[in-house]
Write a protein that binds this ligand. Structure first.
Ligand code: FRU
Length: 498
């Protein structure tokens, strides 16, 4: 088991450190997703574009399991593709309201001063800190906590993860919360000076969601039951308002309207069909694009995470928009095309059964598939496939269920790797071909289907030759109109992200 902090100095990461050397050759470490240099990473926090740079903060612990108190890791980027690690932005202050952890929150600019609002624990309270102009040093507000307890007279299941915006001459802040046996709630506060906060009312509440087939691992945990909502995020988009909340292992979105400081939901969906993308947050960049990032969780045992010395990745950024049908659209950030290396193409091929693409190989790929399903019951693409197919990961469309399906149950021979079958609904219009974009990056797979459904998986192949790609059709004939595969260039030479 990795000792506290391993050997890698998360701030410097220099020298002939044994953990660093191990991570540099760890084939499960993605090559173009953002990672912490080592150890534990969870939620993205405080995403912001400021003075020509994107800043990403994230929940960090210097141990994997058991986790230590959470800090705010920090990195910056000019393109959201390549990152530079910076010193920890927030660490717990002994004796302070965040003595046991600096939990999730948001960044904003107050009168030209970079500022963050976050949750100190325990108990859960809301705190502020201000940064210098390049956001590298942070000072906590002397009046912390700015909100020291939940609204008077209400017993809540949790009280954390503030997110903030400006409205007229006020700041408005949402806090993730909920009520036992009733469901989740986003509590709304207003402040004129950031130091004094008035509780207004719940911006939105809802009973627990239908869980489908997802297991409930600890029935008394209010996040698991849906009585506690984590990481609310609220923003205007294409004439509507969007509310994101994380609960029951999923990120739920609501599209609706906002008036009188209340949100009315009209439609509801999932940001991702798997429980491996969690705690998403969004921000608006300098071009007015609404960009969402999430935490890509691990799907392997705690022991395997500990012996690897690292856990968690940040998802590829997704651009959010509202499509012509009024639905939420999610597209990968086009900047990632800058990483395209060698290109391979299959055009106009009929497929029945499995058709290998022997010239396409790799663990760092972007694949764009356009397929006519024809009379096939299912058709799609297989990646990280060993020559004898004992390990493979498939992404396909199932005509009968109208589902995009990501199957990771055979991705790895290791008993430490947890696989699954993840589904997302996708109604193809009459005559519409299936369009899948699949990002394969070490142990991370992210699937975008028509921008309407996304699926995230974790895979831990054991065999060095589990690198193959092919297309398949089951019970019928499908036609590949085109398959474009790009070998993706690494964003760093040592899998340490910078
Ligand atoms: C979500 C979450 C947040 C909390 C943070 C702690 O994954 O539980 O609610 O602030 O992680 O790291």
């Amino acid at each position: 088991m990795l000792s506290r902090g391993g050997h890698l100095d998360a701030e410097a990461g220099q020298g002939a450190d044994p953990l660093r050397q191990r991570l540099a050759v760890d084939s499960h470490r993605p090559q173009y997703h953002f990672l912490s240099k080592a150890h534990w990473l969870n939620d993205p926090n405080g995403l912001i574009f400021w003075k020509g740079q994107y800043h990403l903060f994230y929940q960090y612990s210097s141990t994997v399991f058991p986790q230590g108190p959470k800090c705010w890791g920090h990195a910056r980027s000019q393109d959201m593709v390549h990152w530079e690690h910076l010193p920890m932005a927030l660490v717990p202050t002994p004796g302070g309201p965040d003595k046991d952890g600096c939990w999730s929150g948001s960044a904003f600019i107050n009168d030209r001063v970079p500022t963050v609002v976050y949750t100190g624990v325990f108990p859960q309270v809301q705190c502020l800190a201000t940064g210098d102009d390049d956001m590298t040093t942070w000072r906590k507000f002397s009046g912390n906590p700015v909100v020291g307890s939940p609204p008077a007279g209400r017993t809540v299941t949790g009280f954390r993860d503030p997110s903030i915006w400006r409205e007229g001459d006020s700041w408005l802040v949402t806090v993730g919360s909920g009520f036992q046996n009733q469901g989740g709630a986003v509590l709304l506060y207003a402040s004129k000076d950031l130091a004094h906060w008035d509780y207004l009312h719940p911006l939105f509440t809802a009973p627990p969601f239908e869980r489908g087939d997802s297991p409930r691992s600890s029935p008394s945990d209010s996040v698991e039951t849906g009585d506690m909502w984590e990481c609310p995020d609220f923003f205007p988009l294409g004439g509507k308002h969007v509310l994101l909340v994380s609960t029951q292992g999923r990120v739920h979105y609501f599209l609706g309207t906002y008036s009188d400081r209340k949100f009315q939901a009209e439609t509801h969906g999932l940001i991702d069909g798997s429980a491996l993308h969690y705690a998403s947050k969004s921000f608006e960049d300098d071009r007015g694009r609404r960009i969402l990032l999430g935490w890509v969780r691990e799907a392997r045992s705690k022991a395997a995470q500990n012996s690897a010395g690292w856990s968690g990745a940040i998802s590829l950024p997704r651009i959010l928009s509202i499509d012509a049908d009024g639905a939420l659209q999610m597209d990968p950030l086009p900047e990632f095309a800058r990483l395209h290396g060698r290109h391979h193409r299959i055009g106009n091929a009929e497929v029945s059964g499995f058709l290998p693409a022997p010239h396409i190989q790799g663990s760092s790929l972007e694949i764009q598939l356009t397929m006519e399903l024809g009379d096939a019951k299912e058709g799609g693409v297989s990646v990280r496939r060993s020559p004898d197919a004992v390990e493979e990961t498939t992404i396909s469309y199932e005509a009968a269920t109208q589902n995009v399906v990501l199957v990771t149950g055979r991705s790895s021979l290791s008993p430490e790797a947890g696989g699954g079958t993840y589904r997302g609904a996708l109604k193809l219009k009459p005559g519409e071909s299936l369009r899948l974009t699949v990002f394969v990056d070490g142990s991370v797979v992210e699937v975008f289907a028509h921008g309407r459904t996304c699926l995230t998986g974790r895979i831990y192949p054991t065999r060095g030759d589990s690198l193959g790609v092919g297309v398949f059709a089951r019970e019928g004939r499908a036609r590949v109109k085109s398959l474009d595969a790009y070998e993706m260039k690494a964003i760093s030479s040592d899998r340490l992200t910078t």
